[in-house]
Write a new protein. Structure first.
Lengths: 365, 211
């Protein structure tokens, strides 16, 4: 990234521009090829954005605007999508679009029977994420994409949490739009991408210049794009296996060492880096603060922790209640964690949960 | 390390005072519910002649502000008469703690209400309450002073969020000056329903948003 801040710092120019701009453009295009290769895409199908939020906004609003006159105004999203998709869909309902928030089962898997039945002649887009941000559930994208292909409906998937960790090849799966972000793979913040399959009907939603194949206006974040491609390149299958091993250790030990614990999500269909458990009778923000004091950064679906004071829509979406969301804790693993960290995290949380249960009126003592 | 709370809050959170149950308490208050989020239980022992709170303990199923407020109000209440303890406000507790973030006000109000509920329980058991007060608009507004506006950390009456309240045949209707898709709309609605739904003669609570 660094040379594109300090040496080749020019804005990318057209091919007839000055040489530093051409060099910058080359760096950008190389980064684009790197991201495309990870997805089995053509580099012309990758548009760099400021991150997952912009990518998903572009996908949903862009398709909605392109197809509302030609095809219809019906969109289907799963009810446990992350906020970029969920709140974009909600915003579209105010513009006259009809949105179906598709049910998921107790593990968070989208109801494919309902999906098939819900698609109508008017349906322009289905948006179902690859891996869930909170409970890590991995959707059956193959089956979903087959349904969409058969019904001739565009499919968008938010792969923010699965990119490079799980296989996703757009040559093999008929997915039309894919949201990506660098921040989940140790890349820089403020850079992401949207894969747009060739010939997908989509309008720009920000007006401005003609950058990114006239799909995304604005001066390109070249250091970001270069950093994103590098981050994607650095992810290895061995590393991903290591994350899975730590995840499984945390899940196994939490369920066996600590009483009254529920696993949120699926045991098998799960993101490699994600463990999410509810510690009943205690509240998540208290847990995260105690964990923070012990040097562990974990997060929770408790209403007390959220910016809107609402309990996690994901835990509620899989049929959980406030109580289950209240005591839910998400552990995410990264490259720099070791198995000792996973064990230390469980040791710490056992102690924290026991302490908080001591003062909980719900715990029988 | 940087934490979102004052040193005093963190200290009470790490080492909460007066935690636990009192066997055969003279008064017991339970506020909140697991279904809505935080919950707090307060137990008191009262000296029958002087009406002084001899002992007070609390339990919390809540976040850091809730635990710290429970800890500090039990410290404030111990040794006070029931009349004095009733007057302990959320503001006092918050000041004692060196301030709380506005968004956390509603979690800590619960602890203060737990103490008041324990005192009310004592008064009811000892015939100190004459009759149940019927719910009027005045009562509704008084209750709504315990619902916090997470934007400011002040109550929703004082911050003019309530446009109108009506009470008719046990149905309370509250008009809130916020759009229904506001960041805090669901949270405020839940809080209002919880506070007013607990009144003895209220059958239903309707919360209406302006847009």
């Amino acid at each position: 990234m660094k040379p594109y801040f300090f040496d080749t710092y020019a804005v990318a120019t057209s091919e007839f521009g000055y040489s530093m701009g051409i060099d910058a453009k080359e760096g950008l295009e190389k980064a684009r090829e790197g991201i495309a290769a990870k997805l089995g895409a053509e580099s012309g199908e990758i548009v760099f954005t400021s991150g997952a939020t912009e990518s998903s906004n572009t996908a949903l609003k862009g398709v909605a605007s392109a197809l509302k006159e030609k095809k219809g105004k019906h969109i289907i999203v799963s009810k446990i999508e992350d906020f970029p998709v969920l709140n974009t869909a909600k915003a579209l309902t105010k513009q006259g679009f009809e949105v179906t928030f598709l049910e998921v089962d107790a593990e968070g898997l989208a109801d494919l029977g309902k999906l098939e039945k819900t698609i109508t002649e008017e349906t322009i887009l289905v948006s179902i994420q690859h891996g869930n941000q909170e409970i890590g559930t991995v959707q059956d994208l193959k089956a979903i994409s087959e349904i969409c292909e058969e019904k001739d409906v565009l499919l968008h998937t938010d792969a923010t949490h699965s990119f490079t960790r799980l296989p996703l090849d757009v040559k093999k799966l008929p997915v039309d739009l894919v949201t990506l972000s660098a921040h989940t793979i140790h890349g820089p913040r403020g850079i992401g991408a949207l894969y747009i399959r060739k010939d997908t009907p989509i309008n720009k939603f920000m007006d401005g210049g003609f950058q990114e194949f006239n799909r995304r206006a604005g001066v390109e974040n070249i250091p970001g794009a270069v950093g994103f491609a590098k981050a994607a390149e650095l992810v290895t299958p061995e590393e991903t296996r290591h994350l899975e091993a730590m995840r499984d250790r945390v899940i196994d030990r939490a369920l066996s060492d600590i009483p009254k614990v529920t696993l949120n999500g699926s045991l098998e269909k799960r993101l490699p880096q994600n463990a999410n458990l509810t510690f009943h009778y205690v509240e998540g923000e208290s847990i995260t603060l105690h964990m923070d004091m012990r040097g562990f950064a974990v997060s929770t679906g408790s209403a007390c922790f959220s910016r809107s004071l609402e309990a996690s829509h994901v835990i509620m979406g899989i049929g959980g209640d406030h109580e289950r969301a209240h005591g839910s804790v998400r552990f995410s693993f990264g490259r720099y964690n070791r198995m000792e960290d996973a064990d230390a995290a469980i040791d710490a949380i056992s102690e924290v949960v026991a302490r908080l249960r001591e003062i909980s009126p719900l715990m029988e003592k | 390390m940087k934490f979102p709370y004052s040193e005093k809050v963190l200290e009470h959170f790490r080492n909460p005072r007066n935690v636990g149950k009192i066997e055969n308490p003279d008064g017991k208050g339970l506020e909140g519910s697991p279904a809505c989020g935080d919950m707090v239980a307060v137990y008191i022992k009262v000296e029958p002649e002087t009406k002084i709170i001899e002992d007070v303990k609390f339990e919390s199923y809540g976040c850091a502000s809730n635990i710290a407020t429970g800890s500090v109000i039990t410290e404030l209440a111990k040794g006070k008469t029931l009349e004095e303890a009733k007057k302990i406000t959320w503001k006092q507790a918050s000041e004692e703690l060196g301030g709380l973030p506005p968004i956390k006000a509603h979690c800590s109000v619960l602890a203060v209400e737990g103490l008041r509920a324990a005192i009310r329980d004592y008064e009811e058991k000892h015939g100190l309450v004459t009759e149940k007060e019927p719910t009027t608009e005045e009562v509704v507004r008084r209750r709504l002073k315990h619902v916090m506006n997470p934007l400011t950390g002040l109550d929703i009456i004082r911050t003019d969020l309530i446009l109108k309240t009506t009470v008719e045949d046990g149905v309370v209707r509250v008009v809130v000056d916020l759009p229904s898709d506001h960041q805090f709309a669901s949270s405020i609605k839940e809080d209002i329903v919880e506070k007013l739904g607990a009144l003895w003669d209220v059958k239903r609570v309707e919360v209406v948003f302006t847009a």
